[in-house]
Write a protein that binds this ligand. Structure first.
Ligand code: HEC
Length: 264
């Protein structure tokens, strides 16, 4: 009997040590996880909020007016938008469907890939999952980074995606900006290394810079939402599951204390 209890205790001690190393491993993983995340943060934050329905509605409007001529969002169905964005089917049909499509259609467009390649040199990608592929911060930066570059066929280039085949479709709203560099041409005539300093507005747009930021934020918000329409529900469910597990942990821990109180 005594040996039995002894082995039991040995096993418990063993398990305790293993749990300790597991905890260490988790801490190390968490540490590296945050380090990797910190590395990703080279872009200005988009700070969009997918729970903001008004912003999503504006984003949907922006998308159909300024992007859907070239880009599809073929995994998104209009009637799903109606439900998620608190719009009626009629509101969606009147304001978001331009090509005579039906409310049950997906957001495809009529541009053929061959035409797109002939016109732009590259087919515009489908944007259904772009926020997940590139991150919202990237999209926010991308839409704010078109600048004058006479060497490009469109007259514009993009600081985030150099040589982008996409024309600067939002120039009327944003205005036209040029890139300003530091350290251009040394005093001795020798060229020194150039560093990008920032953008300078050369021609004013219809929107002020702050209004333009909001416009882009709403558009990115919409792209974030279509990347995973269920994300709000998923997050809410995540909290509930963690809450349940915590509660369960307390119960199980209390039970363990009860079982072990005579063993020591
Ligand atoms: C006139 C056609 C046209 C319109 C309108 C247009 N785009 Fe594009 N877009 C393109 C093309 C072409 C590419 C491919 C660019 C490349 O890979 O060089 C592209 C690429 C992109 C990319 C991918 C960038 C990357 O990193 O690969 C994103 C994101 C994007 N567009 C967003 C938008 C958004 C948002 C709008 C609306 C505000 C929009 N586009 C409007 C033609 C268009």
């Amino acid at each position: 009997m005594l040996t039995n209890t002894n082995t039991l205790i040995m096993q418990a001690v063993n398990l305790h040590q293993r749990m300790k190393s597991l905890a260490k491993l988790i801490v190390i993983c968490a540490f590296f996880g945050t380090a990797v995340q910190a590395n990703e943060g080279t872009f200005e934050k988009a700070n969009n909020d997918v729970s903001n329905k008004a912003s999503l509605q504006r984003g949907a409007r922006n998308f159909v007016n300024y992007c859907s001529g070239c880009h599809s969002a073929k995994y998104v169905r209009f009637n799903r938008l109606a439900v998620d964005l608190d719009l009626t089917d009629d509101q969606v049909t009147q304001n978001l469907i331009f090509n005579g499509g039906k409310i049950t259609d997906t957001m495809v467009n009529n541009m053929s890939e061959a035409d797109a390649v002939a016109w732009f040199g590259k087919a515009p990608p489908d944007l259904s999952l772009i926020a997940r592929a590139r991150s919202t911060d990237y999209l926010y930066a991308f839409l704010k980074s078109f600048y004058l570059d006479p060497s490009r066929p469109t007259g514009m280039n993009n600081m985030v995606l150099a040589g982008a085949a996409m024309p600067n479709v939002l120039w009327e709203l944003q205005g036209v900006q040029k890139a300003v560099y530091e350290g251009e041409g040394g005093a001795d005539g020798k060229s020194v290394e150039k560093h990008f300093k920032g953008f300078e507005l050369v021609t004013k747009g219809k929107l002020s810079p702050e209004e333009y930021d909001e416009f882009v934020r709403d558009t990115v918000n919409f792209l974030d939402y279509i990347g995973e329409p269920k994300q709000l529900e998923r997050r809410a469910l995540g909290f509930r599951v963690i809450g349940f597990l915590l509660l369960l942990f307390l119960l199980v821990y209390a039970l363990k204390q009860e079982y072990w109180k005579d063993v020591k």
